[in-house]
Design a protein around this ligand. Structure first.
Ligand SMILES: *Cc1c(COP(=O)(O)O)cnc(C)c1O
Length: 368
């Protein structure tokens, strides 16, 4: 029998979360962001849940091909555009839209021999200073693109640096709309946080929104609001079992570094889950864990293949008991990935993307 750890993917929850985004911005089109293999879930595992989307957005041509191979005939967008000129051939062949964020990408298009008109999203650097043309250079880039016979349709995009805080997008929003105001074409600016927090504002939702993390059951502004507040459901459950137990007495310590010391008699369970499975080593004693669907806490340092949890108040728990590291327990209790991430000083994004290859991903059969 393999080690009893799995990542269970819940396509029905993905479908629910997509529907939530739809309700938040009913008159916008949705790019479902499936980069990083659908935030660690596996594109093939979430595809059914995302069928009601208007398009799929990602970074890798390889992932775009996988979405086409699943039978998706609708729009696909490469959010960083192409990485080298020959990528344009696949874009032509598979009808993949692509961002254009630098002048070299325009040069490549100008030299590209194709019968197929390309659809591009011209990207503005409105203040984040990652990818895109600055507002000063944006209109010249537009004019160049617009003169190319290879280009059929030009849309506009930018990305926010502070969408999760009040007024965090005001400055970038103003720059983007001023610079593009009289240019014809569709617009896309909102990620998950902008969509849920500010999507009622037509200037924010524009023609297309680009939700990622909300589709995967993580709150875009945790800890201000949790997934229950946004009516989102966990889409990934990291599930394992208790594979050993120990009785502790006052003064006994747990794990590497002896970081936890018992103050009295207690019982611990050893879970088949460690940092080599993608569980963060930075989680301190006290990180929430569900055993048999009941909340308890981790004890001591997370090691490579194991970690310890407190069973003192769970007398029924023992060898073989179900452990939910994040997601939904069999009894329905939810432990949001955001809570575990916060304990490790990071975000749900990082935890879900970091689940290790040795952890089998299984699609929740009851939900398909
Ligand atoms: C990743 C990404 C998104 C989605 O962001 P979330 O915070 O996960 O909603 C949107 N747009 C671009 C350009 C991205 O790279």
């Amino acid at each position: 029998m393999p080690r009893p750890i799995t990542a269970i993917i819940h396509p029905a929850a993905v479908r629910h979360n997509l529907e939530r985004v739809r309700q938040a911005v009913p008159d916008a089109k949705l790019w479902s962001v499936v980069k990083a293999n659908a935030y660690g879930h596996g594109i093939e595992n979430v595809f059914e849940g995302l069928r009601a989307t208007d398009g799929f957005a990602m970074l890798d041509l390889d992932e775009a091909q996988r979405v086409r191979a699943l039978g998706w005939r609708g729009p696909i967008l490469l959010l960083e555009g192409v990485f080298e000129p020959r990528d344009l051939e696949l874009c032509s062949r598979l009808s993949i839209w692509h961002a254009v964020h630098c002048s070299e990408q325009i040069d490549w298009l100008a030299a590209h021999k194709t019968q197929v008109g390309h659809r591009v999203f011209l990207k503005m650097n409105s203040g984040m200073n990652r990818l895109g043309f600055t507002p000063e250079r944006f209109r010249a880039a537009y004019a160049r693109l617009n003169a190319l016979p290879q280009v059929d349709e030009i849309s506009f995009m930018t990305h926010f640096s502070d969408a999760d805080v009040e007024h965090g997008l005001d400055r970038q929003l103003a720059v983007f709309h001023q610079t593009t105001q009289d240019l014809p074409g569709e617009r896309s600016i909102g990620n998950s946080a902008a969509t849920l927090l500010r999507g009622t504002d037509a200037q924010v939702r524009c023609d297309w929104v680009r939700p990622g993390i909300v589709l995967y059951g993580s709150s875009p502004d945790f800890p201000a609001h949790d997934i229950a507040h946004w009516d989102l459901q966990p889409t990934m459950t990291l599930r394992s079992k208790i594979i050993g137990t120990q009785e502790l007495h006052a003064g006994d310590t747990v794990g590497y570094g002896s970081l936890f010391q018992a103050e009295g008699v207690m019982r611990l369970g050893v879970v088949a889950c460690g940092y080599a499975d993608g569980y963060p080593r930075h989680c301190p004693t006290g990180t929430p864990v569900l055993v048999d669907g009941q909340r308890t806490r981790s004890l001591g340092r997370v090691s490579m293949d194991m970690m310890a949890v407190d069973l003192s108040h769970l007398p029924q728990a023992g060898l073989g008991s179900e452990v939910t590291l994040w997601g939904r327990a069999s009894n329905g209790t939810v432990l949001p990935v955001d809570e575990v991430a916060a304990a490790a000083g990071t975000l749900g994004y990082e935890l879900m993307c970091a689940v290790a290859p040795r952890v089998a991903k299984v699609v929740d059969g009851a939900e398909k």
